[in-house]
Design a protein around this ligand. Structure first.
Ligand code: BGC
Length: 425
């Protein structure tokens, strides 16, 4: 990947720098990125960043934590930072960027963002997420859509079933698939996946407004409403359609089942598409992508980003180059073609992308207009850790413990929502 021409402009703008960026990069700095893209295809996607940074003369180090959803990665990041050894950048998302910025540990990268006009290139919802008190502290890589239903069309055909658009239709299709002896729903069986699935059910059962009231505004009347009860019951009903009492070995295992036709459907964000592409499948043809039942009008989003930590002066230029590379057109295209997500920049043509990515891009724009672009609760976009962590727990326990009633779960969700909100503004 070539160095973007704009890099010259950025360096020229850097206060007090007489040297050209090439000279600065030639000296080479060190970049260390902490992330949790460790599974086959997604590890390949981040590899492209490594190549670019190296070609610019920097040393690339990775602190990769094998753990989908990033729970463990955040724990390890915490201990690295508190022991005075932060990485250059870490895969931190959504509201957590604000939490970290509030601790004073993040680096201000506004000079890069201004020189490259990020404000004009990014949708507002993305740029706002990357900023703290008006300046950029993180660089965005992509937008994932969480509320997808993936379908193996061969299984569907064999079962003589139809693509479901409502939850009732979903259960009819699931019954038909069960009858031909195939697992209707591939399921990841991890707590972050439980909450992600629950989130899609909530939007489908209650609608976008209900989701906002319950999980963005945390209204007690929505958290203990008939819609919430129905959401919980619908979510639990899914379980009987999953493989061996709910688990098929995290999201990669679940996607493999769908790829192989050993399961008919999968409720999962489009990071799963990376595994489909890697298996040689054509998304939209070999595997169908439709909005999760009842959610066609909504887009629940998960933005991946690299938050920048404070680094020594010797590594500052390398960090600036990292931020700039992440936002470059070349990287946004190559990374997202592999990752399953869509680019964040508004000026990138979707021509080279598959049918599902094209649909995601169109739906992102139409949902933004409609007011149904929904920050994903399960992926750190909606609430700070002290609220989302107990919610993960409640939803997972509800899934795993059949004795827990919907009333209990609602009471505990409402209690989680009352946790002191220390979210930084
Ligand atoms: C991240 C994706 C990642 C997925 C599985 C999500 O929270 O946003 O980038 O592929 O988790 O680890």
């Amino acid at each position: 990947m070539s160095r973007p021409a704009t890099r010259f402009t950025i360096a020229a703008l850097l206060a007090g720098f007489a040297a050209t960026p090439l000279a600065a990069s030639a000296a080479g700095g060190e970049v260390e990125v902490l992330h949790f893209w460790t599974r086959g295809a997604e590890a390949g996607a981040i590899g492209k960043l490594k190549e670019t940074l190296r070609s610019e003369g920097h040393t690339w180090k990775e602190f990769a934590v094998a753990d989908g959803g990033g729970g463990l990665a955040m724990v390890l990041l915490n201990s690295r930072v508190t022991s005075g050894n932060p990485p250059t950048a870490a895969q931190i998302k959504g509201v957590h960027i604000q939490e970290w910025a509030h601790t004073g540990r993040l680096s201000n990268i506004e000079d890069v963002a201004r020189a490259e006009k990020w404000d004009t290139l990014l949708p507002k919802v993305v740029s706002e997420t990357m900023k703290y008190q008006g300046y950029y502290v993180a660089a965005p890589l992509n937008v994932h859509r969480v509320n997808w239903l993936w379908i193996n069309p061969q299984v569907l055909k064999k079962a003589r079933a139809k693509v479901p658009t409502t939850w009732e239709e979903f259960f009819a299709t699931a019954d038909a698939i069960k009858q031909i002896g195939v697992t209707p729903l591939a399921y990841g069986g991890r707590s972050w996946l439980d909450l992600g699935t629950f989130e899609s059910v909530a939007i489908g059962v209650g609608g976008a407004e209900f989701y906002k009231r319950a999980f963005i505004k945390l209204e007690p009347s929505a958290l203990s409403s008939p819609q919430m009860e129905k959401t919980l019951q619908t979510f639990r009903r899914l379980k009987q359609y999953t493989v061996s009492n709910a688990t098929s070995g995290d999201w990669v295992g679940a996607t493999a089942l769908l790829n192989a036709g050993q399961a008919g459907m999968l409720l999962m964000g489009d990071w799963a598409k990376a595994e489909m592409l890697a298996a040689g499948k054509k998304p939209g043809i070999d595997l169908l992508c439709v909005a999760a039942p009842g959610t066609a009008d909504s887009f629940s989003f998960d933005i991946d980003s690299l938050a920048m930590f404070q680094v020594s002066p010797a590594n500052k230029q390398a960090q600036r180059d990292l931020a700039s590379d992440v936002m470059s057109k070349e990287f946004q295209i190559s990374f997202n073609l592999t990752k399953g997500s869509i680019p964040v920049r508004l000026d990138i043509s979707m021509e080279r992308f598959d049918e599902c990515a094209k649909r995601a891009s169109a739906d992102f724009k139409s949902s933004a207009k409609r007011g149904t672009l929904l920050p994903s609760l399960a992926h750190g976009m909606a609430q700070p850790s002290q609220i989302v962590a107990p919610m993960w727990e409640v939803i997972s326990q509800f899934w795993n413990q059949d004795k827990m009633t919907a009333q209990d779960a609602m009471a505990r969700l409402a209690a989680a929502a009352r946790a002191p909100n220390t979210r930084a503004e």
